[in-house]
Design a protein around this ligand. Structure first.
Ligand SMILES: Cc1cc2nc3c(=O)[nH]c(=O)nc-3n(C[C@H](O)[C@H](O)[C@H](O)COP(=O)(O)O)c2cc1C
Length: 498
């Protein structure tokens, strides 16, 4: 059954004892916030989601904070109604590969939506008062990482729905010691829109708008049905509608409602909608900002969004999440579509691909269903490495490290992967170094381009399959216990060992 909104998903977490209400005080203000420590604590302990209502140093005290809802692979699998990660990924990969099951969204009447109880327009907007602001670690600005963004190609009118971050200017420190203006604090956000060169689809839209000297109308919908957020974080081909893909994942069309101030459509049951436009001109300078690679970006140049309207539920909550040394809450929300994208693409052409696992640090591991003499041809592992780098979607081409393993290696367990590397790989013969790859945007190790972002990078591929028949006639048998016997023994000896 589909979730109507994020609240449905939170109700499921509560029912499964994975959501706690925290009434104890927690500080959230710049320089003193305890939220990064809370994220580390909950991640280290594989802890629950929490809703906090006693926040200190907070600009919107009546609005509770939702934290860590997707904090484990298991909870993230529940987004698509599956109880384990692999089933969830196979489901996403299956729907990705079969557009006949996608469903066009439907537009419902304003009265049927829940996101317009409160409407604030134009000069009445004051983001410092109207939008929750919380901080993490040494961050200069407060930022939001809970929304999908809707925009249209300025030439064709084709829609894009993507998941991108925004920063606020309220109470933010400027990385060069300057002050943000009243207009920025009250009416503007800065978006992680890579448009020069374009590195995401909204970047392509904005790039076109800038060349035409126009603003780009956009709408942010925060805290939507998590399936819709997952779809927005999936790298569909340019011009393909993420709402339709989300409909396929839900098994029911996504319900949309028209925006108040532009012709975009947003999920009718979002907790918040922020309407506005990306404005050409001088970008905002913000920083430091913690990124998903686990480093602070000292300074970023980001286009500004002018906010023209905010609508929300009257009893709205606010979901906040952070990027730091992985893992962190929403890394799993990002990994599920990444793994599914690459798996769906590889499975279509290479039936021997069993699974693609991506670690929170973005190492890709491809598990094959065959190894050694059962491989379809010699050097099959190297063919797989090239296939990952050539896979559809945004992530395969920027995969910095790819490892290919056989069926006896657990692609989620780095002890198992390391064992395969140490016992099946010769570093010169079984690796590929690609010196002209597209860099992962948030990797601080490649040289940066004029635009301050890494564009060119290098890649390593490790073929950790068994080199039979190409190098050996046979290979030593692995010495290990039978997993089925281990399972049975665990049950039998439970009382004595627990
Ligand atoms: C919570 C979250 C935040 C994200 N933030 C960004 C971001 O700020 N910029 C970006 O380019 N991609 C970001 N991503 C990844 C994109 O959502 C993903 O690559 C998606 O496919 C982009 O859509 P597009 O292909 O239509 O551009 C984020 C993903 C998640 C799950």
């Amino acid at each position: 059954m589909a979730y109507r909104d994020l609240r449905d998903f939170l109700a499921l977490l509560e029912q499964r004892n994975q959501l706690k209400h925290v009434h104890a005080p927690v500080r959230v203000d710049r320089g003193h916030s305890e939220l990064d420590a809370l994220m580390r604590l909950l991640q280290d302990d594989k802890g629950p989601a929490v809703i906090m209502d006693n926040l200190q140093g907070y600009n919107t005290p009546g609005i509770p904070l939702v934290f860590n809802p997707y904090g484990t692979r298991e909870r993230t699998a529940w987004i698509v109604g599956k109880d384990n990660w692999l089933d969830a990924k196979l489901r996403v990969a299956e729907v990705l590969g079969d557009r006949t099951c996608w469903k066009k969204p439907v537009v419902v009447d304003r009265a049927q939506s829940t996101c317009k109880d409160v409407v604030i327009k134009g000069d009445d907007i004051s983001l410092d008062r109207d939008l929750p602001a919380v901080w993490y670690g040494k961050e200069g600005p407060s930022y939001m990482c809970n929304a999908i963004t809707v925009s249209k190609d300025p030439d064709t009118g084709e829609r894009n729905v993507g998941c991108y971050r925004y920063t606020q200017f309220f109470n933010a420190s400027h990385p060069m010691g300057a002050a943000y203006t009243e207009e920025q604090i009250k009416r503007r956000l800065a978006g992680f829109v890579w448009w020069n060169p374009p590195m995401n689809h909204i970047g392509l839209h904005f790039n076109k708008a800038v060349k035409q000297g126009k603003t780009l109308p956009i709408a942010l919908a925060a805290m939507v049905d998590p399936v819709v957020q997952l779809a927005s974080a999936t790298g569909l081909p340019y011009g393909v509608d993420e709402y339709e893909f989300a409909g396929g994942l839900r098994g029911e069309p996504v319900e949309l409602v028209k925006c108040e101030t532009n012709d975009l459509e947003v999920p009718a049951h979002a907790e918040w909608v922020i309407e506005g436009e990306l404005v050409p001109g001088e970008p905002a300078i913000i920083g430091p900002h913690g990124n998903p690679g686990g480093y602070y970006d000292k300074m970023l140049w980001l286009p500004e969004m002018r906010v023209n309207c905010i609508t929300r539920r009257k009893d709205a909550m606010w979901y906040t999440t952070q990027e730091m040394i992985p893992p962190f809450d929403h890394v799993y929300m990002a990994l599920l579509p990444v793994e599914a994208e690459v798996l769906s693409d590889l499975k279509k052409k290479i039936p021997e691909v069993k699974d693609v696992a991506c670690s929170p640090n973005l190492s890709f591991v491809v598990q094959l269903s065959v190894d050694g003499a059962n491989k379809p041809h010699a050097e099959f592992g190297k063919y797989i490495l090239h296939a990952v780098w050539g896979a559809a979607g945004r992530w395969g081409r920027t995969a910095k490290m790819v490892v290919v393993v056989g069926p006896d290696v657990d692609p989620y367990d780095w002890n198992s992967i390391e064992w395969a590397i140490m016992t099946r790989v010769q570093p010169y013969s079984d690796t590929i170094i690609n010196r002209s790859a597209q860099a992962y945007l948030l990797d601080p190790s490649p040289v940066k381009s004029e635009q301050g972002i890494p564009v060119m990078g290098e890649q390593i591929g490790i073929d950790a399959t068994i080199k039979v028949p190409e190098r050996f006639k046979d290979y030593p048998e692995a010495a290990n216990a039978d997993p089925a016997v281990v399972r049975l023994l665990r049950e039998r000896l439970k009382a004595c060992l627990d």
